[in-house]
Design a protein around this ligand. Structure first.
Ligand SMILES: Cc1cc(C)cc(S(N)(=O)=O)c1
Ligand SMILES: [Zn+2]
Length: 261
């Protein structure tokens, strides 16, 4: 993983390992999850996921990743259970990936890095009145992380991949209706959970992370489609959208809990 340092993905942005952690940063993300240091918590419940496919709105390229946005004006696509005290609404999901299959994920497991990582971002409608407010709230957000590994073709992901050429450039958008992101979840219920932060600005320490233990499989062509997106807007000199992951952050005084023995 030392190679990663020279591959500092956001070398053109000062919020990787090199910047002063945000607000005294005691709970920054991503982290390396040391399996043997994680603590089984028998009080952790199974995660309950109820996504309504008709809440899917559109896909857009935000200059960091491609993002699928959902209608979060009601409790239609929600998660509950797991480490959570109440339900959280799905707002968006996006991915992080590398230029090659040897790296790309933000979190690692025993220093193993995956070629990509899916983040499903949810906010707490009980303690916040909007997603924007929840970003600034302690535990205002829950992000589910799912690792992607190279393997079989993923039929559910392909619908998303087929739309990517329409959002090649930064700030482009395409309608995307009726998609159920549950198809991107592994069937294995096991997860780790820890308190962390956003991995992109504003890097606020408002996230309860739920990292699924089992990766989903996608094929080479699907990963290569991610890598054909651009960081840059139409008309600018093209910069391929790759290595859009933040470097590992110090664990500091945190314990990662597991839902499984
Ligand atoms: C709210 C939010 C926005 C963005 C762009 C990225 C995240 S992350 N990578 O921490 O899941 C969260
Ligand atoms: Zn993310």
């Amino acid at each position: 993983a030392t190679g990663l340092v020279t591959q500092d993905p956001y070398r053109h942005k000062m919020w990787g390992m090199s910047e002063l952690s945000v607000s005294g940063g005691t709970r920054q993300s991503p982290i390396n999850i040391q399996w043997r240091d994680s603590v089984y918590d028998p009080h952790l419940k199974p995660l309950k996921i109820h996504y309504d496919p008709t809440t899917c709105l559109y896909i857009w390229n935000n200059g960091y990743s491609f993002q699928v946005e959902f209608d979060d004006s009601a409790d239609k696509s929600v998660i509950m259970g797991g480490p959570l005290e109440n339900h959280y609404r799905l707002k968006q999901f996006h991915f992080h990936w590398g230029a090659i299959n040897e790296w790309g994920s933000e979190h690692m497991v025993d220093s193993k890095v995956y070629p990509a990582e899916l983040h499903l971002v949810h906010w707490n409608p009980v303690t916040s009145t909007s997603f924007e407010e929840a970003i600034m709230e302690n535990n205002g957000l829950v992000v589910i992380g799912v690792f992607l590994k190279l393997g079989a073709h993923h039929a559910g992901l392909q619908k998303l991949v087929d739309a990517l050429p329409a959002v090649k450039h930064k700030d482009t958008i395409v309608e995307f209706d009726v998609f159920d992101p549950s198809c991107l979840m592994p069937s294995c219920p096991d997860y780790w959970t820890y308190d962390g932060s956003l991995t992109t600005p504003p890097l606020t320490e408002s996230v309860t992370w739920i990292i699924k233990k089992t990766p989903i499989e996608v094929d080479q062509n699907q990963l290569e489609e991610f890598r054909m997106l651009l960081f840059t807007s139409a008309g600018e000199e093209e910069k391929r959208m790759v290595d859009n992951f933040r470097p590992l952050q110090p664990l500091m005084n945190r314990t990662v809990r597991s839902s499984f023995r």
